[in-house]
Design a protein around this ligand. Structure first.
Ligand SMILES: [Zn+2]
Ligand SMILES: [Zn+2]
Length: 217
C-alpha cells in the first residue's frame, strides 16, 4: 500500500487546477480604463452622462470578477474518506450532481456562454461534498475558456482529487458569441460529454448517468 501525505495531495490539486493569480497594478487599471473608454465611445456609447461615466471601469471590474476562477478556491481542498469494499456495490454506485449553473467567457470572442453542468462519479476511497462539485465547475468556468476544456478540466481534476472508479461530466451551454449576432431564430444548445474510468467502457453506466440527471440524450 502506498500512502501519500496531505502536502503531496494538495500540490497535485494545485497543479490540476491550473491557477493563474492576477496581479494588476493601479497604473495598469487606469490604462485599461482609458483603453476601454476609447473602445466603448468609438463603438457608439456616450460616456458623458452620469449613468455611463463609470461604465469602462465597471465593465472591467465585471470582467475581472467573471474570470476569478484563475485565483483558485481554497474551499475545494477538502475530501473525505469513505470505505470502498471493491465489490459490485462500490463500482456501480454513482453520485450525480446537477444541474449546476455556470457562466463563462469564450476565449475566441470574450463573450459569455452559459448553461448547466452535470457531474457524476463513482467513489473509491474518497468522496467530496456536493457543494464542492459546484465550486469545481465554477473554478474552471469563471475564466476565458472553451466548453470542451471546462469539461476536461473538471473530469481530470476530480480524478486527481478523488482517484475514483470513474467520472462523468456533461455540459450544455448557449454561446452568446453566435447568438447575439445574425438573425438565427432557434437557440442552438452546445452539448459536450466527458468520461473517465469505468464510464469509458460501460454504456449502461453512461445511460444511468443521463437517466438520473434527467437529461435527454
Ligand atoms: Zn465565441
Ligand atoms: Zn473502490
Amino acid at each position: 500500500m502506498f500512502y501519500r501525505n496531505q502536502e503531496e495531495d494538495n500540490l497535485d490539486m494545485q497543479v490540476a487546477m491550473r491557477l493563474h493569480p492576477r496581479h494588476i497594478s493601479e497604473e495598469q487599471w487606469r490604462k485599461c480604463e482609458k483603453d476601454m473608454s476609447t473602445i466603448l465611445s468609438a463603438f457608439g456609447l456616450d460616456l458623458d452622462t452620469p449613468a455611463t461615466r463609470d461604465t469602462p471601469g465597471r465593465f472591467l471590474r465585471a470582467m475581472f470578477d467573471a474570470t476569478e476562477g484563475y485565483e483558485g478556491d481554497p474551499k475545494l481542498l477538502t475530501v473525505f474518506e469513505t470505505e470502498c469494499r471493491g465489490g459490485p456495490d462500490c463500482r456501480l454506485s454513482q453520485v450525480i450532481e446537477g444541474p449546476i449553473d455556470f457562466f463563462s467567457l469564450c476565449e475566441h470572442h470574450a463573450l459569455p456562454f452559459h448553461g448547466h453542468a452535470y457531474v457524476g462519479y463513482i467513489a473509491h476511497e474518497h468522496i467530496i461534498g456536493i457543494s464542492k462539485l459546484t465550486r469545481l465547475v465554477r473554478l474552471f468556468a469563471r475564466r476565458f475558456a472553451v466548453q470542451e476544456r471546462i469539461g476536461q478540466q473538471i473530469a481530470d481534476t476530480l480524478v486527481t482529487i478523488l482517484q475514483p472508479h470513474g467520472v462523468a461530466v456533461y455540459l450544455e451551454a448557449y454561446h452568446l458569441c453566435t447568438q447575439m449576432r445574425g438573425v438565427r431564430e432557434s437557440l442552438p444548445l452546445t452539448r459536450t460529454t466527458f468520461w473517465r474510468g469505468e464510464y469509458e467502457n460501460n454504456p449502461e453506466l453512461r445511460a444511468e448517468f443521463f437517466n438520473m440527471s434527467g437529461v435527454r440524450q
